[in-house]
Design a protein. Sequence first.
Length: 344
Amino acid sequence: MAKTATQSDAATRTSAEGSAASLRNKPRAISAHQQLHSPSSPQPHAPLSGDIVGSRAALQQPAFRKGRMSSTPVAVVTGSNKGIGLAIVRALCKKFTGDVYLTARDIQRGKEAVAKLQEEGLKPQFHQLDITDLQSIQTLRDFLKEKYGGLNVLVNNAGIAFKVADTTPFAIQAEVTLRTNFFATRDICRELLPLMKPNGRVVNVSSMCGASALSQCSQDLQQKFRSETITEEELVKLMEKFVEDTKKGVHEKEGWPSTAYGVSKTGLTVLSRIQARQLNETRKGDGILLNACCPGWVRTDMAGPRAPKSPDEGAETPVYLALLPPGADGPHGQYVSEKKVQKW
Ligand SMILES: NC(=O)c1ccc[n+]([C@@H]2O[C@H](COP(=O)([O-])OP(=O)(O)OC[C@H]3O[C@@H](n4cnc5c(N)ncnc54)[C@H](OP(=O)(O)O)[C@@H]3O)[C@@H](O)[C@H]2O)c1
């Protein structure tokens, strides 16, 4: 496991893809004509009243009463135009009873990915989504509320990684990597978790590099990241501090490891543990299960061609968590690898 973690960490930082992805990763506004929906989907409407859209609330929504709201279950996968995300959509199209949304920040790349799966006889839906663009997230949120009255499965897969050979200053790498992998994933959770329907499933695709980065943190930081009572605000402050410390050139002195990707995934796993606790407090009895996972070391643009797993194999653990059967009481709030709960 430790050997694989090291290999994977190195692999995620060896090709130029990570830096290219990060340069494309600037927040940008999405104009109405850029927003693509499935041909049968309505255009987004103003948000419906109420933040939590459960099934009963959904039945009371104007769109449902007018016969426009679908009772079909719905799954969304972020960053799914290629790599593990595309493989997760492929598996969900085969195994999930309902509509499966392939999402991409770039509409053209998204359309090409949809066409690829259509050639395989599958029928994914499409919606534009750049997780670093709040307007894009909110457009998807409003679309899901309006068309489905909520969401059944959310897989937060989108992520970036700089490569070892990338000469971008470490402080910039830290800011850009944390912006997508931690802060933008937190943004989408903030907007979409209130939409989760009873028995909903949320999967945050983290990494073994997060666990490995945790073990390289100071004892003080390790204690904070393993705490059962750390709050989301405290975690956000720590992630902001990491970025600030890299800018001041003091991150090692302050107990951080020199891996922006690793710290971003430590943050994502800790965020998942916090979100699961929040669900226990606010949605007790709704049977929603939320976990972080590692897909393993997977042959993608991010990790390179030497990785042992195919994207379909990398999708197995995320899909297992996305399809935990109704009524299951766990795993919840865990970090899962190879379909097994790992000690954090
Ligand atoms: N591959 C591995 O060995 C491995 C190991 C552990 C964890 N992971 C994690 O698994 C997830 C998928 O990785 P992968 O290997 O499949 O990487 P990948 O092939 O580079 O794919 C990453 C996907 O995320 C998308 N993305 C990046 N920034 C985005 C944004 N702001 N909004 C929306 N989409 C965005 C990319 O879109 P573009 O095409 O537009 O760039 C792409 O579709 C990541 O979270 C990664 O950290 C991977």
